[in-house]
Design a protein around this ligand. Structure first.
Ligand code: CA2
Length: 144
């Protein structure tokens, strides 16, 4: 199995501000955690981060034929981007939405998620571990 992990705008800045919301660890630590967990699960991962909506749409489209599933934290685009939600729906790959912070208990503008409807599950407020949980959900999805 091959899982594509997509991170949206400003997540490359993790660890430098707002540690009370996003933790003290940086983006490289997140990448290391994901790669280690992929090894434990025996899956392959691709990890992509962009600050640009169109590049994220392109990345989702390019996943078709190359990846089996998607973990996506669209960051601020969660709350604004119909294009990213449409791309996830269009490729039809099973996807899990992740948020490091507990968006349900934050500002009203963070209560809308366009991508949620395109995803089989959402993991929110579990910190970096949420990405690992999302990978687990996708790996275990078809096992009964
Ligand atoms: O909780 C999450 O994972 C979010 O997707 C993170 C986004 C935010 O816009 C969403 O509402 C929830 C923000 C990501 C980057 O934010 C930083 C802020 C300061 C320093 C470093 C990163």
């Amino acid at each position: 199995m091959k899982i594509l992990i997509i991170n949206g705008p400003n997540l490359n800045l993790l660890g430098i501000r707002e540690p009370n919301i996003y933790g003290r660890e940086d983006y490289n630590a997140l990448v290391d955690m994901i790669e280690l967990h992929a090894k434990e699960l025996g899956v392959e991962v691709g990890i992509f981060q962009s600050n640009h909506e169109g590049d994220i749409v392109d990345c989702i489209q390019d996943a078709l034929g190359d990846f089996d599933a998607i973990v996506i934290n669209p960051a601020a685009y969660t709350h604004t981007s119909v294009a990213i939600a449409d791309a996830v729906k269009a490729v039809g790959l099973p996807a899990v939405e992740v948020h490091i912070s507990d968006v349900a208990n934050r500002e009203p503008f963070r209560q809308i998620s366009y991508v949620r409807d395109a995803c089989v599950a959402t993991v929110s407020g579990h910190g970096f571990k949420g990405y690992l949980e999302a990978m687990d959900i996708l790996v275990n999805k078809d096992e009964n």
